[in-house]
Design a protein around this ligand. Structure first.
Ligand SMILES: Cc1ncc(COP(=O)(O)O)c(C=O)c1O
Length: 431
């Protein structure tokens, strides 16, 4: 599907929706509504994905099984909780381009980054530094700084931060490669964002992983904004570990469980140096309650605690939707609808500066828009039933997530930004 500049306008947005079979997927979501009951244009999926219709039923089914079966829910048909965290492995593997055995569903994102670093970040000799890209999500920065301090290191010395050049919004891949090379002898780990939370920039994971490996360091990826947003191939890229949440593009609910990828070349080999708990014991022997752990093979061995079954329930529903649509079709619509939003903003909101890369291959379905009075403008568009969010200092983020955002929603979002601008009267368009 292609969109053209001349198509910007309410009628053409509606026509694009009418001609796209994927538009009907919106009906499978509970989309937040405004005061008059009209569905919002929900472009906040980079923060919290919309609720799949089946999520409520899935949670209620767990409550029901708990009530009926009690502890037997772990084993009995109708419960089956023992395998619940493994049930989404296959679909997740398809979404991120991994082998099912490399995936575990556990904890939440920052915790999983810490667990991965506990095994993978072993500063030794001169190799003590961690490299991150900027702008960095605060939790990632706090996590790596605390890991450095945990090893008695000083972040002022051992944290390498590579950000955009002065006057630029996004970081250049050659600058990341340059820094990796410059610090080649002291780099232990690079922890990079697949899609940057603030700018929406998609990094070349394969290229940067290779650069990190070339200097003998570990390549870890935070895929919070990439998983379910863009097609990934993290196994083939040779990524050492990756972690992400399921509450953004994976639509699994506020604070839903995170997921961890550990490449098959490490998953078992690192059994002796990772932090462990009984849920990492092989299922067949877990309840023998032995003093010595019998590790589950692959990433499953990285699990630690009893999984929260209520929190797992919506993940299964959401993952099934990804299987039904497929990342290829999702990506195709994502590219088209993001381009449509971009064109609508360009033509309707003259004081907006889109800082997300203009190249569709260098972004997912998020546009970060630098605006005068951004925070006030966000409040104003919220009043017009458009959900987006604000990031310091002057950025409004909008994600036209292809499963539940329509072209008409994208048009509404751009139109609202135009209508709430400081001097918009002259720019109003008929659409
Ligand atoms: C890039 C990134 N890293 C880390 C986090 C923190 O995730 P959690 O609170 O689940 O640990 C987020 C949350 O939005 C994020 O976007």
């Amino acid at each position: 599907m292609t969109t053209v500049k001349a198509a910007i306008g309410e009628a053409s947005a509606l026509a694009l929706d009418a001609s796209d079979p994927m538009a009907r997927w919106r009906d499978r979501f509970v989309v937040p509504t405004g005061a008059d009951g009209r569905p919002k244009a929900y472009l906040a999926g980079m923060s919290l994905g919309a609720q799949p219709v089946g999520a409520r039923e899935a949670v209620e089914a767990v409550l029901d099984a708990w009530g009926r079966l009690g502890v037997d829910g772990w084993f009995a048909p109708g419960g089956g909780w023992l395998e619940a965290d493994g049930a989404v492995r296959e679909t997740t593997a398809r979404i991120v381009g991994a082998h099912p055995a490399e995936i575990a569903t556990l904890n939440t994102l920052t915790i999983n980054l810490h667990l991965a670093m506990a095994a993978f970040f072993r500063p030794a000799g001169r190799r003590t530094a961690i490299l991150i890209d900027a702008p960095t999500f605060p939790s990632d920065r706090y996590a790596v700084e605390s890991q450095l301090r945990h090893h008695g290191l000083d972040p002022a010395v051992d944290l390498v931060v590579v950000g955009p050049r002065s006057g630029e919004a996004t970081v250049r891949v050659e600058d990341l490669e340059g820094a990796i090379h410059e610090h080649r002898e002291r780099l232990a780990l690079a922890l990079l964002a697949g899609v940057n939370y603030a700018t929406g920039q998609l990094h070349d994971i394969e290229r940067l992983t290779a650069a990190v490996h070339d200097v003998g360091a570990v390549a870890g990826w935070d895929l919070a904004h990439a998983a379910g947003n863009v097609p990934l191939a993290i196994h083939d890229a040779g990524v050492d570990f990756a972690a992400w949440c399921t509450y953004k593009y994976l639509n699994s609910g506020p604070g839903a469980l995170g997921q961890l990828f550990v490449h098959e070349r490490h998953a078992d080999a690192m059994a002796a140096r990772r932090l462990t708990g009984w849920w990492g014991n092989d299922e067949s022997t877990r309840f023998e309650m032995a003093d010595t752990i019998d590790p589950a093979p692959g990433a499953a061995g990285w699990r630690i605690s009893t999984p929260p079954i209520l929190s797992l329930a919506p993940i299964g529903v959401s993952m099934a939707m990804f299987d039904a649509v497929g990342m290829t079709a999702l990506r195709e619509r994502s590219v088209s609808i993001t381009a449509y939003l971009e064109m609508a903003i360009d033509s309707l909101v003259p004081d907006a500066e889109i800082i997300t890369p203009r190249d569709p291959t260098a972004r997912g379905s998020q546009l970060s828009i630098r605006l005068p009075h951004a925070q006030a403008r966000l409040a104003a568009i919220e009043a017009l039933d458009v959900s987006a969010d604000f990031r310091e200092p002057d950025i409004v983020r909008m994600a036209p997530v292809p499963m539940y955002v329509s072209y008409h929603d994208a048009w509404r979002a751009a139109r609202a930004l135009a209508d709430t601008g400081p001097d918009t009267t002259a720019q109003r368009s008929p659409g």
